[in-house]
Design a protein around this ligand. Structure first.
Ligand code: ADP
Ligand code: ZN
Length: 705
């Protein structure tokens, strides 16, 4: 008997022999110990067959090429056998190894989850093994013990029994009335979406639920709301967990001890066996997409999981992504709307402050904003201030020669951080210490150019010393639970003004926040990315949504040097539909999603000159497969019909160098996802033998930098 064993490494499954005494114990989904390279590895049985000739029939796509720099890739050919065509065509003598032990009696990974893992590897043009690695905590394979939780949450508060309003009731009944299908719950900020999720889960009977939230929104508040409803029946997944805690949360779910898994991205792979519902809160959030390794979108994997399991899924947002709203309009997703805030509270008033007209007495604050902040404190209300850039200043410049510090490893200017007195790279996390003399001209005078959260904090402390002020950005929330504590202090009104990056804009429900402000809106407006308007609109609408959730109406102030930018009209009028109509036209014109799909191929090189040379070679190879002379010749396996597909590039990526790698990219755009994938696979295939390049594929990229 042969089995296919999938390891948590970047590869497809390997085939092994099963010794007679283990044959009755082998099942799909169990762990086995198998010889691998010179050692042993634990993997999962994903398929088996008694007839060896069937066992080695090609499965799935050809393996990823050009992964030589990835430590994970299995290179050894005499270990097991890779299940791909090439291996078969090699007609090499196949010597199969034998599995050594069966480690489980019952399947560890539920069957549907295995299906999802395979789907993920395939859809993202990666491997099932890498998907497995992302889906299951590594300690599970190693048989590590659960860790005790180091997190102690506050006591659970008793549930306030709420009567749903009529909009909430209608949405809930539509969700509970069906067993399967996708919903968009489009509810303005403060319309009570979370309450709908909670009730929908309660209505599941003995079925289980996954609730995905963006990292940044996984605040004390949502954790508390789920704990007070489901007590110990909730498992949490977030980046603050230790490996041991991750394992114990995973086992809780696997053993059926909890009803809900609440967490970020990877919670989409929670090992439930009786799943009934998936909720994706703030479905438009970019952080659902993983930016390295397996570049999956947890939202899209969740949609696939709902289909595989035949269950329902609710996508919630005040500012749905263009894709989701488009599909809701077309009727592919059922549309549920919460038009009003709870108790008919008004939406906040939004004022755009034109900074070009400002007779500024302060570097970062208009006179208007300063006066409303002062007044707000004197009334005992709280305020939020956002600047979407951390650190003190984005440039430290020599005033003699204009020199600015760049990261030695990335084509990025370094940001000065005053607390650590370092120049930090926000891409690779390396840092430098500023020199006493300019490295270029030996000048001694430097100037801070531009503002970051540390600087606007310092300035505000000087301008209004009586404020109780806290900063929330990635630097102040590194330590475990730091984020949770800040939110608690905010709730307990120990803070007058909470200032920070987009972290302050997301998810919070502070009834006493009446003012929300953006210091320098322009940071977000003009990124060279087709989604930059959409993101800006979403971010400002989310921030505005934090103001006026209690008894006093909210006010929002947005400072900008470009007050006529069209995004502001829609933010001011809380006009999602208007924004959508304008933006969708642009997307249509350019065949961007949702009209066309994108696959981005990123090619990274150690050496700049060889990059240029190799890219020329690659361009030629691509031309050969996409421009066959009409009617004759060139009929290789990977011919691409260019009428379906647009290939942009190859061109240097907007961020040319990251972590010492020179980056080029190709963007494939097309309506037909099959030919798009075919093209991507073709390009991988014809570049397979090039050794000096690392190739990453990003299916449905949301960032083209
Ligand atoms: P959203 O997620 O849509 O921004 P939330 O779910 O955070 O809104 O709800 C906003 C606030 O309204 C929360 O404090 C919540 O407890 C409260 N709330 C929700 N539904 C009701 C209701 N039916 N009656 C009274 N308060 C409600
Ligand atoms: Zn760097």
């Amino acid at each position: 008997m042969h089995v296919q064993v999938l390891f948590p490494i970047n590869a497809e499954a390997f085939t092994y022999l099963v010794p007679d005494e283990l044959q009755s114990k082998v099942k799909t989904g169990i762990r086995v110990l198998a010889p691998f390279k010179k050692g042993k590895k634990v993997g999962i049985v994903v398929g088996f067959d008694k007839d060896p000739s069937v066992a080695v029939i090609a499965r799935g796509q050809s393996p990823r090429s050009n992964l030589k720099t990835d430590e994970d890739i299995a290179t050894s050919r005499n270990v097991g056998t890779r299940n791909d065509k090439n291996e078969l065509n090699d007609k090499k003598e196949i010597t199969l190894k034998t599995i050594e032990a069966v480690l489980d009696e019952e399947p560890l990974i539920p069957e549907n989850l295995l299906k999802l893992i395979k789907w993920t590897g395939q859809y993202y043009i990666s491997t099932s093994g890498l998907a497995l690695k992302n889906a299951v905590p590594s300690g599970i394979f190693e048989g590590k013990k659960s860790g005790k939780s180091r997190i102690t949450y506050d006591d659970i508060r008793p549930v306030k029994i709420l009567n749903l309003n009529s909009e909430q009731k209608k949405a809930l009944s539509e969700i509970t009335n069906v067993q399967s299908g996708a919903f968009l719950l489009h509810g303005v900020t403060g319309s009570g979406k979370t309450e709908v999720y909670l009730r929908a889960i309660e209505a599941l009977g003995d079925k289980e639920a996954i609730v995905l939230v963006p990292e940044i929104a996984l605040t004390a508040q949502i954790i508390d709301r789920f704990r007070s409803r489901f007590h110990e029946k909730v498992a949490f997944f977030h980046s603050g967990l230790s490996p041991g805690e991750r394992i114990s949360q995973w086992w809780k779910i696997r053993n059926g001890d909890v009803k809900v898994a609440l967490g970020v991205r990877s919670a989409v792979f929670a090992p439930f066996k009786n799943l009934g519902l998936i909720v994706i809160d703030e479905e438009h959030e970019a952080s659902y997409k993983q930016f390295e390794g397996l570049r999956y979108s947890a939202r899209d994997v969740a949609l696939a999981r709902a289909k595989i399991e035949g269950i329902k899924i609710v996508l919630g947002s005040a500012t749905p992504s263009m894709e989701t709203f488009y599909h809701a309009k077309k009727g592919n997703i059922r549309y549920l709307e919460l038009k009003h805030r709870i108790e008919q509270k008004p939406m906040p008033r939004v004022e755009i402050i034109d900074m070009t007209k400002e007779d500024k007495r302060a570097l970062s604050y208009s006179n208007k904003l300063l006066s409303v902040l002062k007044e707000n404190v004197s009334r005992g209300h709280q305020s939020l201030i956002m600047l979407n850039r951390r650190g003190y200043s984005p440039f430290l410049m020599c005033t003699d020669c204009g020199y600015t510090y760049k990261c030695p490893a990335c084509s990025i200017t370094l940001t000065y951080h005053k607390d650590t007195k370092t120049l930090n790279c926000h891409y690779c996390n390396s840092y430098l210490e500023p020199q006493d003399f300019c490295p270029e001209c030996k000048g001694t005078k430097t100037k801070y150019i531009g503002i970051g959260t540390q600087r606007i904090e310092e300035e505000l402390r000087a301008l209004i010393p009586e404020l109780s002020l806290k900063r929330m950005d990635r630097d102040t929330t590194k330590r475990k639970l730091a984020h949770y504590r800040i939110v608690k202090d905010m709730e307990e009104k120990k803070i007058d003004v909470l200032l920070g990056t987009q972290m302050v804009a997301k998810g919070h429900d502070f009834p006493d926040v009446t003012i929300a402000a953006v210091v320098f809106a322009d940071v977000a407006l003009n990124l060279p990315d087709f989604r930059s308007s959409e993101r800006t609109f979403q971010l400002f609408t989310q921030l505005a949504g934090r103001a006026g959730r209690g008894d006093v109406a909210g006010e929002v102030y947005i400072q900008t040097y470009e007050p006529l930018h069209y995004v502001f009209d829609y933010v001011r009028n809380h006009d999602y539909e208007g924004f959508y109509k304008k933006e969708i036209e642009l997307r249509k014109e350019l065949s961007y999603p949702p009209f066309g799909k994108l696959i981005r191929i990123i090619l990274s090189f150690k050496n700049k000159d060889s990059a240029v040379k190799t890219m020329k070679d690659i361009s030629k190879r691509i031309e050969k497969i996409i421009h066959p002379p009409l009617g004759k010749g060139g009929r290789g396996d990977y011919q691409v019909n260019i009428s379906d597909i647009e290939i942009l590039g190859p061109a240097p990526a907007p961020i040319e160098k990251i972590r010492n790698y020179w980056r080029w990219h190709l963007i494939l755009k097309g309506k037909n996802s099959k030919s798009l994938r075919h093209t991507a696979l073709g390009i991988l295939e014809i570049t397979k033998d090039i050794k000096s390049v690392r190739i990453d594929v990003d299916v449905d990229p949301i960032n083209l930098l």
